[in-house]
Each structure stands twice: as C-alpha cells, then as structure tokens.
Design a protein around this ligand. Structure first.
Ligand SMILES: C[S@@+](CC[C@H](N)C(=O)[O-])C[C@H]1O[C@@H](n2cnc3c(N)ncnc32)[C@H](O)[C@@H]1O
Length: 174
C-alpha cells in the first residue's frame, strides 16, 4: 500500500517536472543525439566557441558541445530537477571548467557572450525570443534551432529539421 502511494507520488512529480515548463517556454522533450550532432555540426561549433543552450534539459547539447566539439558551453534551465541533474553530470564528467549551468529563465539571461545559441522550444516561444536574440547577439553569432523557426532572422541553411541562422549585429548597440 505504502509502496504504491510512494510510486504514485514519484510518478506525479516526474510528470509535473516534464510538463510544467510548457507554460514558461517548452516542455522537456530531449533532442535525439543524432540531431544534437547535426545541429552542432551545422553551426560549425569549434574550440573557440561559447555555446548557449536555452533550456538545456538533461545537458546533452552542452555536454556534446564541450566533449566532442571542444567548445565552452553554458546551459540555462528553469526546472530545478533538470538543473540539479546537469550540475551532477558535469561534476561527474569533470566538465565544470568548460560548462556552466544557470538556473533560471532564459528570457532574463544575458546572452551577449554567446557565439552559438541552440534551442529546442516551441514556435510561439521562438517568436517571443527572436527580438532578444536579434538585439543581444553579436554580429556573426549563429543560432541553431531544432524544428521551430525564427522567421525574422537571416536563415543560412536547414538540414533535416535543424535551422541555422546568422545574426547581423547588435541593433541595440548600433
Ligand atoms: C524541448 S526541451 C529541450 C532540452 C534540450 N535543449 C535538448 O535539446 O535536449 C526544452 C527545455 O527548456 C526548458 N525551459 C522551458 N522554458 C524555459 C525558460 N523560460 N527558461 C529556461 N528553461 C526553459 C524546459 O524545462 C526543458 O528542459
């Protein structure tokens, strides 16, 4: 009886954790590893890049950017469980010098340092985010989005659902 009650509670926490962020930007649906590599390759991520993943989920994008592509990476995550998971993972993998995780809302985060921004959100969230990317990112910064588009940014290429954009400059600074 007690075991069933505990199992139900854990299940409820898990379901809530996966879905509640829907209202803040997107629910947790991880990008497939094949798509992670496709997105980072499309953006030509390299050791000189700082990659920001907006809503970093279980950390797969930032960990791959650091381990496989040699980049520095920053993940921003609003869900406390996934944030703690990422912190634990980068500690175990000894990636703390290369990866930073920020707990909070990416709409309030400072993205000016980013050379590459990755995201897998929703179309309505991309639409709300576009202006922030346009005004905050430096000229030449790349944005790569899984599935959903940024219709007001300069599209460079797309490949099997990965959309690459290049920013033309910080309009706020000019
Ligand atoms: C579809 S998942 C993508 C996860 C990861 N980027 C990937 O590609 O596997 C979206 C993630 O964004 C997070 N998220 C949603 N809205 C957010 C917000 N406003 N600020 C920070 N994280 C957010 C969710 O908690 C979830 O982990």
């Amino acid at each position: 009886m007690w075991l069933a009650a505990i199992a139900c509670c854990l299940m409820a926490i898990l379901i809530l954790s996966v879905s509640w962020t829907d209202v803040r930007g997107a629910p947790w649906v991880p990008t497939s590893m094949r798509m992670v590599r496709r997105m980072l390759t499309l953006a030509e991520v390299g050791p000189d890049d700082v990659v920001y993943d907006l809503g970093c989920g279980d950390g797969r994008m930032i960990i791959t950017a650091a381990r496989r592509y040699g980049a520095r990476a920053v993940g921003i995550e609003i869900d406390p469980l996934r944030y703690l998971w990422c912190q634990m993972l980068i500690t175990i993998l000894r990636l703390r010098k290369r990866i930073r995780i920020i707990y909070g809302d990416f709409f309030g985060a400072d993205l000016r340092e980013a050379d590459v921004v990755t995201c897998y959100l929703l179309q309505s969230t991309n639409d709300r985010l576009e202006e922030k990317l346009r005004t905050e990112l430096r000229s030449g910064a790349r944005v790569v989005s899984n599935t959903f588009t940024f219709d007001g940014l300069d599209a460079v290429r797309s490949e099997k659902g990965a959309w690459l954009y290049r920013c033309s400059g910080n309009e706020a600074a000019s």
